[in-house]
Design a protein around this ligand. Sequence first.
Ligand code: FES
Length: 206
Amino acid sequence: MATEATDQPTTHEPSLWQPRIVALLCNWCSYAGADLAGSSRLRYPATVRIVRVPCSGRIDPLYVLRAFERGADAVLVAGCHIGDCHYAEGNYYARRRMTMLKELLAFAGVPPERFWFRWVSAAEGPEFAHLIDEITQKVTPLGPYKPELREKFLLLDDLIQALESLEAEEPVCQHIAPPSAPVVEATAEVQPATADPDEAAGEGEV
Ligand code: FES
């Protein structure tokens, strides 16, 4: 993926420090949006590390916690807008899981500025660049990831694993290949999105 980012140093010196943002992006929309930002030569801070996943519905909340545990200062989860998921319902799963995760993080005292959940389409390159800019601005004053948060994340880790064992009978979106499977190329045929009773609850940010 081509990205155009300002090449500024990431150090712990207060005046120069920039956060490390891990972005978990769905392949079909948000990753394409990030790619568009790059190919359009839009400039945004070089603070983001992108991880491409098949669909936001494949993102386990543990991925977010692992990123924090391994030194991310903020985590962004982004997927297709509601109704646009290439697997029809993956982002509905993501919305439920990430809403739950956001509440758990808040419960553990993690500032909301450290976790972001957004919809970014393939045509929203400028929006992606703006989002990275916004996250960087919000997280920079918080400073780097603090090792003392590790205990909180481990506690959440246990909580989430317990919750997942409860819902083991009905795992993540059945239409999406497991994470180990290679990402397949786009086909002309895309399944239509199914109606979801939660849609009335609103879309976009959590
Ligand atoms: Fe993008 Fe499912 S393919 S959210």
